[in-house]
Design a protein. Structure first.
Length: 244
């Protein structure tokens, strides 16, 4: 689909660095997060894409309320990060796009407090229906979750004023009327095969453990109290848990 950037969300960070490394291996676009920092350098704080001579800065924010392990990364207050990057990039970009994984209320507060954001895309659960609206000088787009919709934004650029002359948007549901992408289907099927293999292996392990436990219980029922006490002591010394 021609992605330029992906704002990392809580689920990516919950998966740990291995998941993000794998994403870097297969993605032909930038992974970004403006307020999540790590010495591992697995993502960028922002990207600047030049399109027909117009410089578009894309930033991404994650809510600090998600419990990210400090061993993976540290989360900075979104307001602090956004203010810093808006100041640093004001001479380097013409259009500013914010990808938000913070929820609607926090995103609206930020775009009203910090000027200069042209487009804010909320890719997290919102109370209001999917759509767009003007908030201060920002076009705020709510796309819903789980890839349910795709937003299309058309902008008219005023070269003389070096600013956006007009902007409009459309929301398209990704329903059954949209044909499946065969490449994505292949990726999903491979992922499901890996998950099923892992699930089968874990199920077999639990079956073996259950059978071992059943054998221990049957053995214990045939013992005298003295024999069971000695058996229990020996097993505990091995560091094995024989509780039914």
């Amino acid at each position: 689909m021609g992605y330029d950037a992906l704002n990392l969300g809580d689920m990516e960070f919950f998966g740990g660095r291995a998941v993000i490394r794998r994403m870097n291996e297969v993605a032909n676009f930038s992974l970004i997060s403006s307020n999540v920092h790590s010495a591992a350098s697995l993502w960028e704080p922002y990207v600047i894409k030049e399109i027909d001579g117009i410089r578009v800065a894309i930033m991404g924010l994650l809510s600090p309320h998600f419990p990210i392990k400090e061993s993976i990364a540290s989360v900075e207050t979104p307001r602090v990060s956004l203010k810093r990057f808006m100041e640093d990039l004001k001479e380097k970009a013409d259009i500013f796009v914010l990808l938000s994984h913070m929820g609607e209320e926090s995103t609206l507060d930020l775009v009203q407090e910090i000027p200069g954001i042209d487009i804010a895309v909320i890719g997290y659960k919102t109370k209001n229906p999917v759509g767009g609206e003007r908030v201060a000088d920002t076009l705020v787009i709510r796309l819903g979750t789980k890839g349910e919709n795709i937003g299309v934004i058309d902008m008219e650029w005023d070269a003389g004023q070096k600013g956006i002359a007009d902007i409009a948007h459309e929301i398209h549901p990704l329903d059954k009327d949209i044909p499946n992408d065969t490449g994505i289907i292949e990726v999903i099927e491979e992922f499901n095969r890996d998950i099923n293999t892992w699930r089968d292996e874990e199920y077999r392990k639990k079956q073996v453990q259950s059978q071992d436990m059943k054998a221990l219980v049957e053995r214990g029922l045939k013992m005298t109290p003295e024999e069971f006490h000695e058996f229990f002591r020996e097993e505990m010394q091995k560091g094995e848990d024989i509780r039914p």
